[in-house]
Design a protein around this ligand. Structure first.
Ligand SMILES: Nc1ncnc2c1ncn2[C@@H]1O[C@H](COP(=O)(O)OP(=O)(O)OP(=O)(O)O)[C@@H](O)[C@H]1O
Ligand SMILES: [Mg+2]
Length: 373
């Protein structure tokens, strides 16, 4: 959402502010994409990246800046400042807290002043609509249940209560999460709940505070109650990026589009790559191009069908997601696969980025739930 018109001479204005505070200003080389200004004072050397956009800076842009600071080329920097002319998304703040980022500070440029962000995002204005998000592919085992639950987890991390509805007769969500889970806030604030219900238990009027309903669908289209499919405003369609599956998957996606359109002509449909191996750069590029071309033709007829480019957002393959549900074997407490390995959680990063993507490409932000109570 635009906040204000960014100043045209942003870099100069910001540099002048730092200069007043006694920093030595060194302009970045003209071919540098990753930072704009270098600041020096005593032993400190700081890379400043400026985002002079009308859109808020999202978690993916923050992650990229952190990645840059971890490169050998950036070893001389003691810290990074990411400065935005339009603020940051809720997921960007959550990313800072959950990944415990300490070597990057976020600054917002407001009313000619630089304000250091404390990590709190202002709550969006409450709106009365309930937004239904379906997760559906006409194929078993592509990650529908995993994605439904962890997308709900990303909403909860950002402080929003979510309803997760199990439309699948296998009742996997119920097995994995029981009646629901509480997701504590990463920094001692009040957390949020994910409530799991079977479709016949859900009555909108009984949950007046719920604004987000995520539905985990059965791969068998006709097994999903029609009244739910009709309500989907957005639908995520998980698929994979592997050569043998590509033609087959393009066909599966086409069938999925057609199936949904039989009942719902308005929903925005998003194809999302799951089980993504991000380290396979070259192969991903080739396969992604093939898949994109296949989808382009399909989407030409239906402007509400979208392909989420996995280079922007995908759900990466991870052991945490592969073994999600191990708690059932151990009779443990229901939980999501957001547990950290070496201080990081790939699933948590990916789902925060996915939520950011959806908020950016849909009306989601303005209809998001009232804050968890
Ligand atoms: N990104 C990932 N990385 C690793 N494993 C994954 C990932 N996504 C899903 N899995 C694993 O793949 C398997 C199938 O996932 P899931 O049950 O979510 O698929 P589904 O589409 O809901 O299946 P069904 O059609 O049976 O309902 C599970 O064992 C899950 O742990
Ligand atoms: Mg499932």
């Amino acid at each position: 959402m635009p906040q204000s018109v960014p100043p045209p001479n942003f870099e100069k204005v910001v540099a002048a502010l730092f200069e007043q505070e006694g920093w030595q200003i060194i302009a970045a080389p003209s071919d540098s994409k990753e930072y704009d200004i270098e600041l020096k004072r005593n032993d400190e050397c700081i890379a400043v990246q400026l985002k002079n956009h009308r859109a808020k800076v999202h978690a993916g842009q923050l992650e990229r800046f952190i990645d840059f600071l971890e490169q050998p080329d950036a070893a001389r920097f003691t810290k990074g400042f990411l400065i935005s002319a339009s603020g940051f998304t809720p997921s960007a703040f959550t990313y800072m807290r959950t990944e415990e980022v300490v070597d990057v500070a976020l600054g917002s440029f407001r009313h000619d002043r630089l304000v250091w962000e404390e990590g709190d995002s202002p709550p969006p204005p409450p709106r009365p609509d309930v937004t239904y998000i379906g997760v559906f592919t006409c194929k078993g085992g592509v990650g529908k249940t995993t994605i439904s639950a962890h997308l709900a987890g990303a909403f909860a991390l950002n402080g929003y209560d979510v309803m997760l509805i199990d439309l699948d007769r296998q009742s996997n969500l119920r097995k994995l999460l029981g009646d629901g889970v509480y997701i504590p806030s990463p920094r001692g604030k009040l957390g949020a709940t994910i409530t799991v219900l079977n479709y016949d238990e859900w009555q909108e009027e009984e949950y007046p505070d719920t604004r987000i309903v995520i539905c985990d669908c059965s791969p068998e289209y006709d097994a999903n109650p029609e009244e739910f499919i009709k309500k989907f405003k957005y639908c995520l369609i998980p698929t994979t990026l592997n050569p043998l599956g590509i033609n087959k998957n393009a066909d599966v996606i086409q069938r999925t589009f057609k199936a949904i359109r039989r009942t719902n002509t308005d929903a925005e449909l998003f194809v999302l790559i799951n089980n993504y191996h991000s380290e396979e750069n070259r192969r991903n590029e080739v396969l992604n191009d093939i898949l994109k071309t296949e989808f382009k033709a399909m989407m030409a007829d239906d402007p509400r069908c979208h392909y989420i480019d996995p280079e922007a957002v995908a759900v990466r393959f991870s052991k945490q997601l592969l073994y999600w549900g191990y708690h059932i074997v151990e009779n443990g407490k229901p939980q999501l696969a957001f547990r950290e390995v070496g201080g990081r959680s790939l699933p948590r990063q990916d789902f925060l980025k996915l939520l950011d993507y959806l908020e950016h490409h849909t009306q989601l932000e303005t209809v998001k739930s009232v804050k968890a109570k």
